[in-house]
Write a protein that binds this ligand. Sequence first.
Ligand SMILES: [Zn+2]
Length: 94
Amino acid sequence: MVGIGLPELLVMCFVLVVTLIIPIWTANVAKGKGRNWVVWFVLGFLLNIVGLIIAYVLPVQAGGDYMKCSQCAEPVRREAKVCKHCGADLLKRA
Ligand SMILES: [Zn+2]
C-alpha cells in the first residue's frame, strides 16, 4: 500500500521542528537578551541550530527587557530593583 508511513511521518516532524520551532526558539532567546525578535527569527531560519547557539552565547544588550545600570553600565532587567552586578538601588533612578 502506498501512503505516508511512519518513517515519512518522522521525517516530516523533523523538518517541521527544524524549519519552524528552532527559528522561533532562537528569536525568543535573542529577545530575552534585548535583541530584535524578527531579525533573530530570520537568522534562526537561515542559520538554524547555529543561529540558536549564537543566540545562547550572545551577551545581553540594553533594550527590550533590559536597561543599562546607571552605576556600572551593565544590562539589568527593567523589573529589577537592585543591580545584580554592582548592587546599586535601581528604584532611585529618575
Ligand atoms: Zn550596576
